[in-house]
Design a protein around this ligand. Structure first.
Ligand code: THU
Length: 174
């Protein structure tokens, strides 16, 4: 499945012949029908969840900045703590398919209702979509900066690396 969002130059891969492609970044504008398609992809993959312990299947779908749609479903385990949330599979598919950034995300339960990604998975999504990732939440579409405020992320690690480089251990003669 491949959505054709009107998000950024290059994303709308097949413009109609009479449309001029403007070579600039355009503010994300994904229509409700695109969101509906994304949710349909989440519902479809939810049906393939392996959730015999919780009986709570979850499906997740996201749009990537190159127009791909990636999906995932939860996969549980007899050792309960080993559960893989739907978002784990989605992120794995993102990278297995060549990487990229997530731009739009939704996940659903077995009743086909939109649900919130769990706390751990918000962190996972933040890593691969950042503050601007749009999430269809139980209270409407929100940027990740609201779904996971003041998030810890890759930039924080860079900051610490810089600080250590200048610290007492730099040079390492011990
Ligand atoms: N689950 C997900 O797959 N993603 C979430 O964001 C919330 C929770 C799964 C994990 C477990 O298999 C089931 O839902 C019940 O917690």
């Amino acid at each position: 499945m491949r959505l054709r969002p009107k998000t950024r130059a290059g994303l709308s891969a097949e413009p109609a012949d009479d449309r001029r492609v403007v070579p600039c970044v355009i503010v994300a504008r994904v229509e409700q029908t695109d969101w509906d398609d994304l949710k349909a992809a989440a519902v479809e993959v939810m049906a393939r969840a392996y959730a015999p312990y919780s009986s709570y299947p979850v499906g997740a779908a996201a749009l990537v900045d190159d127009g791909r749609v990636v999906v995932g479903c939860n996969v549980e385990n007899a050792a309960y703590g080993v559960v893989l949330c739907a978002e784990c599979g989605l992120v794995s598919q993102l990278h297995a398919g060549g990487g990229g950034r997530l731009t739009h995300f939704v996940c659903v339960n077995g009743a086909e209702e939109v649900i919130m990604p769990c706390g751990r998975c918000r962190q996972l999504l933040f890593e691969h979509g950042g503050r601007d990732l749009l999430v269809w939440t139980v209270s409407g579409v929100k940027p990740m900066s609201e779904v996971l405020p003041d998030a810890f992320g890759p930039d924080d690690l860079t900051h610490v690396t810089d600080a250590r480089g200048a610290g007492p251990d730099a040079g390492g003669d011990n």
